[in-house]
Design a binder for this molecule. Structure first.
Ligand code: BTN
Length: 254
């Protein structure tokens, strides 16, 4: 199944590279130099300087994985609402993966995609603001598809291949992802915020179970994830009290 005939704008156009430094960096450069149309996507078989969260590197074997960026123009969102972009991206990846794997796919806050306790995909969203509005968003997705072996530096990686023991058509996954991202983006644009948010919360990793977390000051606490606040902060109940955490303020102990 390739592009669904009804897809309107995502990956129209699609800019393809055999090798590039980073598809996100390319997208940001494109935005700074021109006015790319909404949905423009960049994809590479290999990245020499792939960027992950927290300034980490994102490394993938050539031709085995999906590494792509989609440029969106969510002018209908306030900067304080940008977590909805995380929601729709993480949900879209989870929905596509669930169509291939016989497992419930979870989202480890804010946007790591997990199969059981293993990471199968990551998201890097970068926004450009203009007059306190989001002008452009670059949605970067790294999804492990057919790679079998990973660097031992990575804590708990997996891929579709490793979960199924079977090679899968990357083009099919790519097109499904473009279709699903467009559908969820249009739902967001159409005001379906609470159902998208609930679908995200339904997939939240370690929700409602007691676990240990490490705080920024090095302390370890035991708490229960109860949800995610409107602006994307993680809600963790420690003892009887609810606390809100931003990215970087809390680490999962897996
Ligand atoms: C993470 O650290 O989990 C986020 C990884 C995001 C990687 C993708 S690969 C395509 C796009 N281009 C980049 O340089 N990074 C993102």
């Amino acid at each position: 199944m390739l592009s669904s005939p009804s897809r309107l704008f995502v990956a129209k156009p699609l800019i393809e590279f055999q090798s590039i430094d980073s598809t996100n960096a390319y997208a940001i450069e494109l935005i700074s130099k021109s006015n790319p149309s909404e949905g423009t996507a960049i994809i590479a078989q290999y990245q020499t300087d792939g960027v992950g969260q927290y300034g980490r590197k994102w490394v993938g074997e050539e031709g085995k994985n999906l590494m792509l960026s989609v440029i969106l123009k969510p002018v209908f969102l306030k900067p304080t609402e940008q977590f909805y972009l995380t929601i729709i991206t993480a949900l879209s990846i989870a929905e596509v993966l669930e169509s291939h794997l016989d497992k419930h796919i979870r989202i480890k806050w804010p946007n790591d995609i997990y199969v059981d306790r293993k990471k199968i995909a990551g998201v890097l969203i970068q926004n450009t603001l203009k007059s306190s509005r989001i002008e452009y968003t670059v949605v970067g997705v790294g999804l492990n598809v057919n790679q079998q072996h990973f660097s031992t530096d990575l804590a708990n990686p997996t891929s579709i291949y490793n979960e199924k023991q079977d090679t899968i058509d990357i083009l099919q996954v790519r097109e499904q992802l473009f279709d699903t991202l467009e559908q969820n983006y249009l739902l967001l644009k159409g005001g379906k915020r609470s159902s998208l948010r609930n679908a995200y919360l339904d997939r939240l990793f370690q929700k409602n179970v007691s676990h240990k977390y490490q705080l920024q000051n090095g302390d370890t606490v035991e708490g229960v994830i109860t949800g995610v606040a409107d602006q994307g902060h993680l809600q963790l109940q420690i003892g009887q009290k609810d606390h809100l955490f931003q990215l970087n303020e809390i680490n999962y102990i897996l």
